[in-house]
Design a protein. Sequence first.
Lengths: 114, 115
Amino acid sequence: GESVGLHLPTLSVQEGDNSIINCAYSNSASDYFIWYKQESGKGPQFIIDIRSNMDKRQGQRVTVLLNKTVKHLSLQIAATQPGDSAVYFCAENISSGSARQLTFGSGTQLTVLP
Amino acid sequence: GAGVSQSPSNKVTEKGKDVELRCDPISGHTALYWYRQSLGQGLEFLIYFQGNSAPDKSGLPSDRFSAERTGGSVSTLTIQRTQQEDSAVYLCASSLARAGRDTQYFGPGTRLTVL
């Protein structure tokens, strides 16, 4: 079946460096992608989203890149801070009738080293 | 404004008991979702409510699971005759159900432990 997955389950970066978290998807019909951040004991928190008619979108310290040719999504975090330590999930939006469900990958644990 | 809230935050129960988990969505959000998250895993879709439409129950793992949404707002997820494999964090999300760009906002979750 089609799925959303992450290339790396864990990522450690030095504080102040940039982080790049990658995600592969296989459903060519997906038209909307979201990155969520989940801190321990909390629900996922929306970070940034992108629609399939775009290839780049920037937020505050975060950038999402979408390459539809190779079905690849990435999240770039600039000047990574200790508070960025969390699990990051990408999710794709699959439309099925009236339902709009999100399919999540298994997540990448980002650890920011002092 | 207030986000999605869930109660209880933690629930410990004995195998075979029934449990009810509650979700209060963001005011004005017409769509409501329930997900299940096992330890170290991604989110598994359970059920989706949208306005007055029939809910999408395609993700419910068994007939022991049911959910309702009263008055288009608060939702209750009920698990009957709980099993140990039901232990997980149950997350609720709500959204405006906007076509083309529908962002879901999550609550903190209910951690269910079945002994």
